[in-house]
Design a protein around this ligand. Structure first.
Ligand code: MG
Length: 237
């Protein structure tokens, strides 16, 4: 009992997916959760309040992980929490409509930029350039920035992607709202996770792969991140 009274509260977990729990794939649809990861996510979900936080579309990430857990998608705009659909941004449907329109208008770009893939995330529009010739990238980035400027969307640069996003939306705000001051661990690997870190300075912040601004520690890759998560599961047993 003495030890019980010294136990620290369980942290709430906010875990990015791509680059944090799985390696980055040139084809994003290949980032399917392996059995080890499904098992790990399931165990974490049983023991902790846990959210997978991703820039992917909601259905996309649900299909990749294949098990039902709390998910925050589209960089914090929407989610499934306790099995219920939630929206965290005003006027969300307007952005869904805008993305449908811009997807059609952008298709011509796949001819100018061979290998370009465009993903309508129903709220964000993502241009994946993993298979586009490096010599064409400056032109592509210029075009996407111009579309963003004309339509009042934010432009985000990530690993092999350039993305048009709902302005003012970032993971950090939604995480801050959900944790509501509780002790938390936030893990991520990309610039978008720096937003999560800066909005939640009191959380424990883990970078994966490289040191992101505001992180408290750096783990080398998704394999090491999984080892850390297994360690905190063991600690709870
Ligand atoms: Mg990531």
């Amino acid at each position: 009992m003495l030890f019980e009274s010294h136990r620290v509260p369980k942290p709430v977990l906010f875990l990015d997916y791509d680059g944090t729990l799985v390696k980055i794939f040139p084809d994003p649809e290949l980032a399917v959760a392996d059995d080890d990861l499904k098992n790990l996510i399931g165990e974490l979900d049983r023991r902790f309040e846990m959210y997978l936080v991703t820039g992917r579309a909601l259905e996309d990430i649900r299909n990749l992980i294949g098990i039902r857990v709390n998910i925050i998608a589209l960089h914090g705009a929407v989610g499934i929490i306790g099995g219920k659909y939630r929206v965290f941004v005003e006027d969300f449907e307007r952005y869904v409509d805008l993305c449908n329109l811009l997807e059609k208008e952008s298709l011509i770009m796949t001819e100018r930029y061979p290998g370009l893939r465009i993903y309508n995330k129903r709220g964000n529009l993502l241009y994946h350039y993993g298979r586009v010739s490096p010599s064409l990238l400056d032109g592509l980035f210029g075009e996407v920035r111009e579309i963003g400027r004309v339509h009042g969307l934010s432009v985000y640069m990530g690993k092999l992607i350039i993305e048009l996003r709902i302005p003012g939306m970032d993971k950090g705000k939604t995480i801050s709202f959900l944790r509501n001051g509780r002790s938390s661990i936030i893990a991520g690997d990309d610039t978008t996770d720096e937003e999560a870190f800066s909005s939640n300075p009191d959380a424990v912040k883990i970078s994966v792969g490289r040191a992101l601004a505001g992180s408290d520690c750096v783990l080398s890759d998704p394999a090491e991140m999984r080892r850390f998560l297994r360690y905190i599961i063991q600690r709870e047993e």
